[in-house]
Ligand binder design. Sequence first.
Ligand code: NI
Length: 137
Amino acid sequence: MVYIQRREVFSAAHRLYNDALSTEENERLFGKCSWNYGHGHNFEVWVTVKGQVNPETGFVMNLVDLKALMMKYVIEPLDHKHLNHDTTFMLGILPSTENLSIEIWKQLAEPVAGFGAQLHCVRVVETENNAVEYYGE
Ligand code: NI
């Protein structure tokens, strides 16, 4: 089994706010991340795919194809969007980095399988110091 990785980036705004809770409760939970209008990040998305090496190509999966899938299913829908308001696959979901990694997984798992490989990990880097990894469990 060999693991390959590809990184892409997007910029987006989000606001951590749970509509089911009061403004005070949201401020207690999310601090300044709960403020009106949101704030932005330059997100990195690292996708790890695993599989056997194809003897014909020497690849688990062509990284050109993985890049194309990431652009179509993740970067184009999210780049320069407000994750709370724009019509992306994040609409209606509290846009924490955790939830972002889960929803990105849902976007990519099937398309990656279509290339005979298996999605292994979605890593979303929110800041220099914060990152989340999701393994589909
Ligand atoms: Ni944030």
